[in-house]
Design a binder for this molecule. Sequence first.
Ligand code: MSP
Length: 635
Amino acid sequence: MNTNPDIFYITTPIYYVNAKPHLGHAYTTVVADVCHRFHKMNHKTTFFLTGTDEHGDKVVQAAQNENMTTKEYVDYISGLFRNLWPDLSVEFSQFIRTTDPNHIETVRLILQKIYDSGDIYFSEYEGLYCFGCERFYTEKELENGLCPDHGTAPEKIKESNYFFKMSKYQDWLIDHIKTNPTFIRPERYRNEVLSFLKEPLEDLCISRPKTRLTWGITLPFDDNYVTYVWFDALINYISALGYPNDKRFSTFWPAVQHIVAKDILKPHGIYWPIMLKAADIPVYQHLNVHGYWNIDNSKMSKSIGNVVDPLKLKDIYGIEAFRYFLMREMSFGLDADFNDKALIQRINSDLANDLGNLVSRTLTMAHKYFKGLIPNISTLNNTDDTIKNAADVAVQSYREQMNNFAFNKALAAIWELISHMNRYIDSSAPWELAKKEESHNELSVVIYNLLEGLRIVAGLIYPVMPETSQKMLSLLKQEMLDSNMFTWGQLPHGILLEKSITLFPRIGTKSKKDNKKTQKSEKKLTNLKPEIDFETFQKIDLRVGTVLTAETVPDSKKLLKLQVDIGEKRTIVAGISKHYKPDEIIGKQVIVAANLKPATLMGITSEGMVLAAVKKKKCSVLIPEQPVPMGTPVQ
Ligand code: MSP
């Protein structure tokens, strides 16, 4: 397939909103972010799409369980996903929701197109339906007569429905996969799809009668039916680009890299290419399929109670270490195991020991022997190519592995270089060279090589650890990622380097700082306001609300203008703009003081106040731990 090599479009699955985000969602989305940053760094024109899949029975049930309307519920959970990504340093280009009007319109357009071309027909069907999976199963797919995912017996249902003629395209798909060997990768998943296609493909039931389900997109050719979730969800990849007429569509499609886990291989490897073919749209370029994260060697599941919250990990270990661990520990395509011990081991050994020590040793020596100035080696006859050669090898292997989605190997290539540099320090022993006047030139070369190697390492780690990369470059007083990033010999001499810092503290022993913190919290609370009685406290009417919109207030450094739904819409002006970008607060549930006398700030009437924990320069908005209906009183 001929696609423009300068164009790069990457997608994650759009996540169901029937549960909160967990480690699995975080992994796929961080992978997409890493790829996106890598290609952006290589000056490609890029687009990165993620979002939420919001229709279907499961969502309606989940909302009922939480005592919320379906709309309230989807807004809330979708907001959790949207707001999580910036916290994990994920920078997407667009966040799509299947409830977006533009998406709905596109789904209807494509359904009509396929219906008009005769590939959708109406028929009666009797089958075994799993309500948990929202799909029919064939006898063969069941395990001992039970749904393989839920372990429950499916129900026999008879229904008239619309069907999509997938069978018509079976031979075409087999041929397409065979002639495009990397269409589905890694190979094990390509083989899985091909082996599935050895059996005759059944036509796909693509509708649900509204008597059974209303929370979905109405079929354009029959008002009594809504679309089956997969037909709706898969189209997000092109509706987000403004199919059919928007320039983004002609720019980025079909140069797409889809990323999914093995659970949704079949819809992506079979339904989606056939849907595209039937709608006369070029098929996607690559489907990249990864394995599953298990937790302490068992499946992550709500019922076992071992679901890992990525935000907690970020808070404990820091986002850079968390991202590094995800990319280093999983071999893309295979399952991996998550446990805190392995993560701590990686932090202490790879990050604190190998990388952290290399940075601090190099900078400390540069300060000790050259007063912190980058040594001038331009007039020396430098024949010591050890680090240059090691860096060239690392850059080449890294590029190859990144392009092949082998992130663990790409990182291994960087760490190969880091180890090489650490060994180089030991073997060249700068402390010995510093003792003799005649080895001063040699010392200059060694330190220059190390600093230059660090600059290249900083560039290589950027997609996975953008903050650390930036920190390292600013220690070297270098600009972020210029186009010569990986060309040897860019550091100009005479520049004053920053003093060394600890990039990654070791984890394990309780630090003095921690002890100090505990001592502090044992102190008595000061500045306590005068006591009030319970009746006075009861007079404050606190309510839960969802932030619908947020915008900065012109000419104000502190204020955000929010529209908050607390059962009725309120305009609230909040002094949080130094701490929250508008995008970060939209969709969040907040606590509002609802009976506060309105006040005018910068000409805007504020009808309430959003509660936040504030100390010195820190400000954190209070958020209910569970989703609750808008207007719920807070006691
Ligand atoms: N809504 C569909 C996808 C529609 S895409 C057009 C869906 N949503 S989901 O919320 O169930 O997300 C599934 C995806 O979440 C997986 O494909 C994978 O990307 C991620 N993961 C969920 N659990 C995971 C693990 N335990 N390990 C790794 N990734 C996992 O399916």
